[in-house]
Design a protein around this ligand. Structure first.
Ligand code: GDP
Length: 307
């Protein structure tokens, strides 16, 4: 079965890793959000793309969920001592990625090509694509004004009250090379359990004609990132609340609306499945271990295969 997975960072990377443990490389393409990308210390940083790649390559830091394992912090500590900003942690190994990516971008290479080259070096055989090669900037509209996503997320620790979101540059963003073909050939698209507002919506905007029913009509399935009304990590539930929506798996399913052919929700939310019009899979969706990722991915694939 050929699958295209849509992913943000931590939650998305976990299910993508599960799918990659089961599907052969030619059967899985992972399309990753780049709206969170930003420049820091003159370097071009792609937090979601790096989280997905490090996770697939076995290089991710299991404790933080971001950055690299066996990391040291000499460069950032020294830059901070010299007066540089310290609100975004960049480890020494991780910095190597950003330095080389930035050098290649300045040379004129595009992000998808750079990602393909990095994946080869890291031993990642499945295809990982940024959603687009154009620049898209997620802006969080808050009661304290418009904030760039990392400014809101990391620097301000998601404290400002969210009023809305904007994806600057999205109108000009084309799907990354190969992404259209991957969707056209896919048996299903799986929306990983990532933040619907800031990780998945930007991808859906870039791919809207392809995924909205005007395209080849591929079936779209989503796994809820909200379990028992709360997020496992991150601000998705807080965002729903501040936008006046009760956070729940139901709210996530409604968020994706008519796009979905099926929805996966956690067993503790099993009651909610009755309120859903789409087909549902109720299971343990919490991925604590590598085995959990594979188990959930296998259950989702079996279910899609049976539908
Ligand atoms: P970010 O860009 O690093 O914030 O990452 P994502 O958008 O990919 O992931 C954040 C979302 O993943 C949050 O809403 C979490 O609740 C969800 N999440 C993280 N781990 C899990 C998990 O094990 N199971 C499920 N169902 N959701 C998860």
């Amino acid at each position: 079965m050929k699958i295209v997975a849509l992913a943000g960072g931590v939650g998305g990377a976990k299910l993508a890793h599960g799918l990659a443990q089961i599907l052969p490389p030619q059967d899985l393409t992972i399309i990753v959000n780049t709206g969170d990308d930003f420049e820091h210390y003159g370097l071009y940083i792609c937090p979601d793309l790096d989280t997905v790649c490090y996770t697939l390559a076995g290089l991710a830091n299991p404790e933080t969920g971001w950055g690299r394992v066996d990391e040291s912090w000499n460069v950032i500590e020294n830059a901070k001592r010299l007066g540089g900003p310290g609100w975004f942690n960049l480890g020494d190994r991780d910095l190597g990625t950003h330095i080389e990516r930035t050098r290649r971008l300045k040379e004129g290479q595009c992000l998808s090509e750079i990602t393909r080259n990095f994946c080869k070096v890291w031993g990642i055989e499945h295809t990982v694509l940024p959603m687009t090669d154009q620049y898209v900037h997620t802006i969080v509209e808050t009661d304290e004004g418009d904030l760039e996503f990392q400014e809101y997320f990391v620097h301000r620790r998601c404290e400002p009250h969210v009023k809305g979101f904007r994806f600057d540059g999205i109108e000009k963003a084309e799907p990354a090379p190969g992404a259209r073909e991957a969707i056209a050939e896919a048996d299903a698209v799986v929306i990983c359990p990532s933040n619907p507002w800031v990780s998945i919506d930007p991808i859906l905007r870039v791919f809207s004609p392809l995924l909205s029913g005007e395209g080849p009509g591929v079936r779209v399935f989503a796994v809820s990132p909200i379990i028992g009304g709360e997020t496992v990590k991150g601000p998705a539930a807080k965002m729903y609340r501040e936008l006046g929506i009760e956070p729940s798996a139901l709210a996530v399913a409604n968020h994706y609306g008519g796009l979905l052919a099926g929805f996966v929700l956690d067993q503790i939310d099993s009651e909610l499945s009755k309120a859903l019009e789409v087909k549902t899979l109720v299971t343990d969706t919490l991925m604590k271990s590598t085995e959990d990722r594979k188990r959930l991915a296998q259950e989702v694939l079996n279910w899609i295969g049976d539908l």
